[in-house]
Each structure stands twice: as C-alpha cells, then as structure tokens.
Design a protein around this ligand. Structure first.
Ligand code: SAM
Length: 226
C-alpha cells in the first residue's frame, strides 16, 4: 500500500493512528492532538456507524480547515468512499496533506485550496467536520451555518473557547490579544449553537493542554444529526 518514500515532516499531526508515525511540529501540536483526536475520531466513526446501520452505502466526508488533512485521511482510512479537505493554506500545510494521501495510498481523498467562506453551496458531503477553524474566522456563525447546509446527514464541530470568561453572551472579535479570529466562552458558544435548534447527538468538552493561555485552552465538540 505505502510507497517507499519517507513521510514528510515535521507535520501538524502525527499520523501514527493511520499506520505511519510522522515527526510532529514542536510546541502545541502533540498535546492538542491528544486532546482532540479521540473525540473527533469517535464522532467520525459514530456518524459512519449510524449511517451504515441505516443502510447507507458509500459515505462522503468533508473536513473544513483541514491543514495537513489528518481527519480527511482518517475518514478515508475508515471507509469514506470520497473524502475532501478544504483549507486556504495560509499556514502552508496543504502540500503535506497531498503527500500523506499519496504515501498512505488513500486515493479517495482530495484537497482544495479555498477560503471556507467561498466554498460554493452545491458542495455537499454526508458527514462534514468543521474542526479547528471557527475561532479563526471573522463571522463564525455564518461559517457554522454554511457547514450545516453542506452536510447531508452529520455535522461535527470543534472550536476553541476561552476559559478566562464564563458569560453566556461573551463574544470577542478579534480574539483577545490577537489581531485575528474570535472567542466565545464555553457557555456562549453552547448557547449560540443550541439556539439553532439542531439535533445534537453528543457534546463534549476538554482542554487543549498545549495552549498556555486560558483564552485559548477550552475545546468544545458537537456531533449533530440532520
Ligand atoms: C488549527 S488548523 C486545524 C487543523 C485540523 N482541522 C484540526 O482540527 O486539527 C486551522 C487551519 O485553518 C486554516 N484556515 C484558517 N482560516 C481559514 C479560512 N477562512 N478558510 C480556509 N482555511 C482557513 C489554516 O490554514 C489552518 O490550516
């Protein structure tokens, strides 16, 4: 299956879970992957299991804000017939997504360089993962709604929330101490997403222990069924 070339590196993610350990960027990356990956992998596989138990055949998957495509490739590894990662490549990880796709032999995966805000409305997938990106954008509610419209059956959401603020109406843009992005508190993001009336199958919360500032440490997860 694997071509005889060494994996690129260091990468945003360690691809050991996909059978190919890779050197990882220093700093925040390993600890934050340890927090996020078990929850997100569980949600991807839960969505796939629920679709399969309903007799759904080929499953398509999309990862928004995909960076090196770890979750798009994880979905392909676990049976997605088509998996597409979207990223505007402002952090320069997208070439590694294609290299890992080729090394892992997961040719049902592809990657598109685009702002998520510009993804056309006809793009759809059975399971959409909007993970690691809502806190980057100027209008997180618009991008959340875009991702819900994009999903045929399941939407997985993950975002960073502040542990320094608890107000149920907290929203700050740009994010505190930064010139970009935004922040919710755990309570205000939860209120915003529940206010949409969507069917939340599961939600979890943990901390991104790689991030030193409390403003960047909370991590909220949702599995939403349409
Ligand atoms: C924190 S990484 C997320 C990686 C992965 N999805 C995860 O959760 O581990 C965020 C990625 O979003 C991309 N990004 C930020 N703003 C974007 C936008 N408006 N449109 C597309 N990509 C964007 C960056 O290039 C970066 O690769």
């Amino acid at each position: 299956m694997n071509e005889q070339r060494p994996p690129p590196g260091p990468l945003y993610h360690d691809f050991a879970w996909l059978g190919m350990p890779t050197a990882q960027l220093p700093g925040i990356y390993a600890r934050n992957q340890q927090a996020k990956a078990p929850v997100l992998a569980a949600y991807v596989l839960t969505a796939f299991a629920r679709l399969r138990c309903r007799g759904h055949g080929e499953i398509s998957f999309a990862e928004l804000f995909c960076a090196d495509g770890f979750y798009a490739l994880l979905a392909a590894h676990f049976g997605a017939a088509r998996s597409t990662g979207y990223d505007d490549d402002r952090e320069g990880h997208l070439a590694n997504a294609e290299r890992m796709r080729d090394l892992l032999g997961l040719h049902q995966a592809s990657f598109r360089r685009t702002r998520i805000e510009d993804v056309p409305p006809q793009e759809r997938a059975d399971v959409v993962a909007n993970v690691g990106g809502l806190y980057h954008v100027d209008d997180p509610e618009a991008v959340l709604d875009l991702s819900y419209r994009m999903a045929n059956h399941y939407l997985i959401v993950q975002t960073v929330v502040s542990l320094a603020r608890e107000e149920a109406d907290y929203f700050e843009r740009p994010a505190p101490g930064l010139s970009w992005g935004n922040r919710f508190s755990r309570a205000s993001f939860d209120r915003m997403i529940r206010g949409r009336g969507w069917h939340i199958v599961d939600t979890l919360f943990n901390t991104l222990d790689g991030n030193p500032r409390p403003e960047d440490r909370g991590s909220l997860y949702y599995l939403i069924e349409k």
